[in-house]
Design a protein around this ligand. Structure first.
Ligand code: TYC
Length: 102
């Protein structure tokens, strides 16, 4: 049987290789100055968490030093990270978000 392996027609059977994109955590870091309510609003606005979940994540960051806002493919994680850091700077808050390979 001639089968398309995804890299051209192979003469032998090939196992289908489904590629999962590498995923990245968008990690939010604690600081002493960003207001709690601003962090909650960021988690709702940029990560679409319901308010209760956003409060839970914010408190995790506040007590543990860091927390995961979400997990996304590289390009989306980069966009979210840049958007959140830019938004925080526009509002003159030091809130910092970084991405980290899962
Ligand atoms: N620690 C901040 C405060 O006490 C609140 C805060 C939470 C800041 C989470 C940043 O990612 C953060 N106002």
């Amino acid at each position: 049987v001639r089968k398309d392996s995804g890299q051209g027609i192979a003469l032998e059977e090939a196992k289908p290789k489904l590629q999962h994109p590498p995923m990245y955590k968008v990690v939010m870091l604690n600081d002493d100055y960003t207001p709690m309510d601003f962090v909650v609003q960021v988690l709702q606005r940029f990560f679409h968490h319901p308010r209760e979940k956003a409060v839970q994540i914010m408190l995790q960051i506040h007590t543990q030093g860091r927390g995961v806002a979400g997990v996304f493919p590289a390009e989306i994680a980069e966009t979210k990270t840049a958007q959140v850091n830019s938004y925080a700077r526009q509002h003159q808050h030091p809130l910092l978000t970084v991405m980290e390979k899962t």
